[in-house]
Design a protein around this ligand. Structure first.
Ligand SMILES: Cc1cc2nc3c(=O)[nH]c(=O)nc-3n(C[C@H](O)[C@H](O)[C@H](O)COP(=O)(O)OP(=O)(O)OC[C@H]3O[C@@H](n4cnc5c(N)ncnc54)[C@H](O)[C@@H]3O)c2cc1C
Length: 314
């Protein structure tokens, strides 16, 4: 039995494999079988061979990796599936669109957003925005699953000595054509990899106040996050949304300003290692997951922090 990990389309600096992919390999290692990594970005194949715990790097060339269609990836996974008992990818755009297709093509099972793996190939996943946790055993010989990367520790990026296996070039999927891909405008730290996230909710009350919070986040070297209510109100861009329908984050510190703590928001941040919540409502559900809760006006706290960071360092 072997496990195959599909590398995420996001690539780290200098063509290294992204932290997200290292975490999915961490998840795969828990199954106790040899782990192979499938990369479409041939430039990162050499770096991938160094990853601890990877036996083989399968290098597929499908033309321009930037225009890779999920259908093309699914066809590649279908071709490889007979060699593997489990095929994993991050629960992000590529994995979410390619793996269900590959599972259907291969008559395998598909499980989404897995948060833990147990012995005996049991998969743990949240339902209803994480309010119910289900442990699922697959009844098929080949299981495809997307995993929530922030729930798993990354394997080391160095120390391995995997062999590279070149795969035959794939015929690209012809029925759709990607015309343009544009990255959402992003300023400051990347939300997914930041060690500190400062997030604002509807309590911010205006786009200007969110901009002010963003400046504080920048000064502190933190990424700016937002609740969906804040995004819907136009205070913050879509890319900043944390939660069930936004990004899942698990930074060392998550600071929530004026966020009530709806279950859909908690689903995306409750794995953070240390949570600070500032809310004027002492009964706000965010306090149920907070390590430190401050009942009060967020603007007093933001003002105090701004004053503190502006003070010259001793
Ligand atoms: C299918 C579905 C998916 C969803 N996905 C997401 C998701 O991915 N992410 C997400 O966040 N939500 C999501 N939601 C929405 C979610 O249910 C909540 O509506 C949303 O999280 C509320 O955002 P909020 O906490 O900013 O706003 P509110 O619930 O309105 O809370 C604002 C908070 O600010 C506090 N406040 C106000 N003024 C101040 C002040 N001056 N000082 C201190 N505190 C103050 C208030 O006491 C209140 O607790 C989803 C909902 C559905 C149905």
């Amino acid at each position: 039995m072997r496990t195959l990990v599909l590398a995420d389309s996001e690539v780290g600096t200098n063509n290294s494999v992204s932290d997200t992919t290292l975490r999915v390999i961490g998840a795969a290692s828990a199954l106790g079988h040899p782990v192979d990594l499938l990369v479409f970005d041939t430039a990162s194949a050499a770096a991938a061979t160094q990853i601890g715990g990877v036996a083989r790097v399968l290098c597929a060339s499908a033309g321009d990796a930037d225009t890779l269609a999920p259908e093309t990836v699914a066809a590649q996974l279908q071709a490889l599936a007979p060699q593997y008992s489990t095929l994993l990818a991050a629960h992000r755009a590529l994995g979410r669109s390619a793996l269900p297709r590959a599972a259907a093509l291969s008559a395998g099972a598909f499980l989404a957003d897995v948060i833990a793996l147990r012995e005996g190939a049991q998969f743990v996943r949240g339902l209803y925005a994480g309010s119910v946790v289900a442990t699922v055993a697959s009844a098929t010989s080949c299981t495809f699953a997307t995993v929530r990367s922030t729930s798993f520790a990354p394997v080391p990026a160095v120390g391995g000595a995997a062999e590279i296996v070149e795969l035959a070039p794939l015929a690209p999927f012809a029925r759709t054509r990607l015309i343009e891909r544009r990255a959402a405008e992003q300023s400051g730290q990347d939300l997914g990899s930041a060690r500190v996230v400062i997030a604002g909710g509807r309590g911010l009350a205006s786009p200007d106040n969110m901009t002010r919070l963003g400046k504080l986040a920048d000064t502190l070297g933190a990424a700016l996050g937002a609740s969906r209510a804040a995004v819907d109100a136009g205070y913050a861009p879509n890319a900043a949304q944390v939660g069930q329908t936004g990004r899942s984050v698990a930074p060392d510190v998550y600071v929530a300003f004026g966020i009530s703590g709806a279950i859909q928001h908690l689903a995306g941040m409750k794995d953070s290692k240390f949570i600070v919540a500032v809310n004027k409502d002492p009964d706000a559900p965010i306090f149920s997951v907070a390590d430190v809760g401050l009942v009060g006006d967020l603007f007093d706290v933001v003002g105090a922090l701004e004053t503190r960071v502006a003070e010259p360092r001793a």
